[in-house]
Design a protein around this ligand. Sequence first.
Ligand SMILES: Cc1ncc(COP(=O)(O)O)c(C=O)c1O
Length: 404
Amino acid sequence: MMKNITADFPILRTKAHNHRLIYLDSAATAQKPQVVIDTVNDLHATCNANIHRGIHYLAEQTTLRYEKARERVCDFINGGDACQIVFTSGATASINLVASSFGEKFIGCGDNVIISQAEHHSNIVPWQMIAERKGAQIRVLPFTDEGRIEVEKLDGLIDEHTKMVAITQASNVLGTMPDIGQITEIVHNRGVPVLVDGCQGIVHAPTDVRALDVDFYCFSGHKLYAPTGIGVLYGKQKWLEQMPPYMGGGDMVETVSLTKGTTYAGLPLKFEAGTANFTGAIALSRAIEYVKELGEDAHNYTAKLNNAFAQMLQERIEGVRIYGVQPHKTPLTSFTIEGTHPMDIAMIVDKLGVAIRSGTHCAQPVMTHYGVTSMCRASFAPYNTEQDVEEAIAAIERAAKMLR
Ligand SMILES: Cc1ncc(COP(=O)(O)O)c(C=O)c1O
């Protein structure tokens, strides 16, 4: 039984347009519990100095906590040696790092990279950019109308020129979660590495990167109750060691000489140029502790809320169409209502205090598949309640009536 944790999130006391805020946009970014807010404030008040450089007390304390955060993140995803954890500014930065650096080393003219049709733009565009630079090709693994990624077609897409399969752990529109273990098995049998975009997956499913045998895994802290501007890239040491640095600057070097050139630091610092977001990393490790305290109950609870929402939507609102796997594997529901525009629905319910997302959800190929230009999306977190579901449905019902 999930205890009510709404009080842990001060932002939920906000009045939006004079209504109680009902926040159903956690798939875009999650709200922050007081313990994470306190951690950030406390760090600025007690533990702030540039890491890995100074030998003074504060520098050492901050460095220790930053490296401890790396170990905690590593344990959370069972990443093995913490040198395989690179802190970045977010999943987008992580994928760009791999596409650019791995691509620089391993992708050549005539090669190809396979992505799925259900990817967020963050797992499409970096691959398109490197493909364009190198004269490589992007191949696309399709999904069915039910939103199921057709993993059985993967083997047929791979050939001797395939250099990477980059795929999402969970679609941010469809709630689809392909079987990553099955994918790595198929792909590794053909000698190709796999990158998994864990942005939506890690929030709703315990993830063991070594059991799944992924080569690269990334996520953003802000969707996991941590601040913005901190993200994670896990990469197998054997790959990271062979990849050239992505950005140059302080902290990622061993020696710099204006005459003899530069030698680079070992892992993971080779990929952490400049002053790292140590505050964000330490706050992320606190957020992870919070997630662990919530435990499995949180996943069952949010699934229940989302299923209730989807069912009420279908029962009470005429002309509704829900996209993707049902019941959804992650707690979100993307939908349209016949005769109305998603933007209008979202705008009206916002005036009633209900925050839902509308638009392309940074996944235009998904919109194209269904022949729509945008969708509404409600996404749930453990701080939502059954009352949120009921009031959101009532607001959507009212908006749909006004618009028809
Ligand atoms: C599946 C997925 N991948 C990647 C991203 C990009 O995350 P960020 O903007 O935090 O880098 C998101 C964010 O919505 C996402 O849902």
